[in-house]
Design a protein around this ligand. Structure first.
Ligand SMILES: [Zn+2]
Length: 419
């Protein structure tokens, strides 16, 4: 076997020594860094130190989820009449998001929404309606992201009467068509930017309401493909840096539009897989969202679900990432003692990170298989030793398996009854 140059062996030995992890073979995969010190390299070193200290405390074990504490934390955001907790008032324009993140995370974590919470979701969203879709809060402009969040929160509420009352598919289609750009993408709001996130959000609500017409989808695949960067991941719009959030949006949008196994006819799946694989860092075990950025628990979903989608397309097998190490990062380092999950040690928990860390763990605890031709329906089997109190999550919609499917069926049957 070829021997690594001594300078590299010295480097690895120094890293092993620095982290006191002499017996961990995976340390050999540490990225090789040069000796040029920058603010970024110092921050990376400090973050590694903090995470390794956290991992060492649990000695190769994976902490279990403190579901009850997390559910109590999330309940704070689901009282229809209560004002936002003081430290979260800056999220007033993200109230639709807060409903989705909180209701969804409770369900993904294996908790149950109370009847009051289920009723409270449509009650709150009623005042956010604007131009047939939803704004981020009461009296705010309609936006693709808040509409996406509102639809998924409504799907999580299981309240079919509310779906029929608050959602009119014809109005949704009319609004979506108004925001279509000549390049095939969709703008997030009237006069707003066109990007792959807005495009994904609009395709999700169109797919849920069975309004994916040819007029709506014409040119969209080409637009999405144009957002793939030379790195392999996707940027927000053509020419931009690859980012895991946008990469997820691009792949999930494609899964809505084309048969999952034909995805490689439209984008470079191989380079995307290589870029996604490079997002898992050593020794942290977590995923980063961009090249040279720090690990963050929310990317457990953005990267994890992207890898599940890619695997649905190319059958690369269940070992595209180290599931145990990811679980150790999220569960040992990112559970806040008072409840909620956080980006990384030193950060405060919030509903966004709680939801996406939970969904990311769901990506890691199960092996997913596409059911049928498209990427809308999935089956899941649990991995060995998985915590099955966590629900498997649909990697296209980001809600527990069965939730989005039920809403799609509701609007499909409604349309058939109207014919
Ligand atoms: Zn994050």
């Amino acid at each position: 076997m070829a021997r690594l140059p001594s300078s590299i062996l010295d480097y690895i030995a120094a890293q092993q020594n620095r982290h006191k992890l002499r017996n961990m073979t995976h340390i050999l995969t540490l990225p090789i860094r040069d000796s040029y010190v920058t603010e970024t390299s110092e921050l990376q070193n400090a973050t590694e130190e903090q995470i390794v200290a956290c991992l060492e405390k649990s000695r190769d074990q994976v902490r279990s989820l403190e579901t009850e504490k997390h559910v109590n934390f999330l309940n704070m955001f689901l009282s229809p009449d209560a004002p936002l907790p003081d430290k979260f008032t800056g999220l007033d324009a993200s109230r639709a998001w807060l409903l989705y993140w909180s209701a969804n995370a409770i369900r993904v974590l294996g908790g149950e929404l109370s009847d009051e919470q289920k009723k409270g979701i449509p009650l709150t969203l009623e005042s956010f309606k604007e131009d047939g879709v939803f704004g981020g809060g009461s009296g705010q402009d309609a936006h693709a992201a808040s509409t996406y969040a509102a639809f998924l929160a409504l799907a999580d509420s299981d309240d079919e009467d509310a779906w029929g009352r608050l959602i009119n598919p014809e109005e949704v289609l009319k609004h979506n068509l108004k925001l279509k750009s000549p390049d095939g993408g969709f703008a997030s709001n009237v006069g707003g930017e066109t990007d792959v996130r807005g495009t994904y959000c609009r395709l999700v609500v169109a797919s849920l309401t069975n309004t994916l017409t040819t007029e709506l989808t014409d040119g969209v695949i080409k637009y999405i493909a144009s957002c793939q960067s030379y790195e392999g991941g996707f940027g927000g719009s053509p020419g931009n840096e690859a980012h895991a959030g946008y990469t997820y949006c691009a792949l999930a949008a494609l899964a809505i539009l084309v048969p999952i196994r034909e995805m490689d006819q439209y984008v470079n799946v191989e380079s995307c897989l290589a870029w996604l694989s490079a997002r898992q860092y050593q020794p942290e075990g977590g995923f980063s969202g961009r090249t040279n950025k720090l690990v963050d628990a929310c990317y457990a979903y953005w990267v994890g679900a992207s890898l599940v989608l890619i695997n649905g397309a190319v059958h690369a097998g269940p070992s595209l990432w180290d599931r145990k190490q990811l679980a150790q990062y999220v569960l040992n380092c990112c559970q806040q003692s008072g409840g909620g999950l956080r980006d990384k040690p030193g950060c405060k928990a919030d509903a966004y990170h709680t939801n996406y860390a939970a969904c990311g763990i769901a990506m890691s605890q199960y092996i997913y298989f596409p059911e049928g031709e498209n990427g809308l329906y999935w089956q899941a089997t649990s991995c060995d030793g998985a915590d099955t109190s966590i629900c498997p999550v649909n990697p296209v919609y980001g809600v527990p398996l069965g939730v989005a499917e039920r809403m799609r069926l509701y609007f499909t049957l409604k349309e058939e009854n109207l014919k």
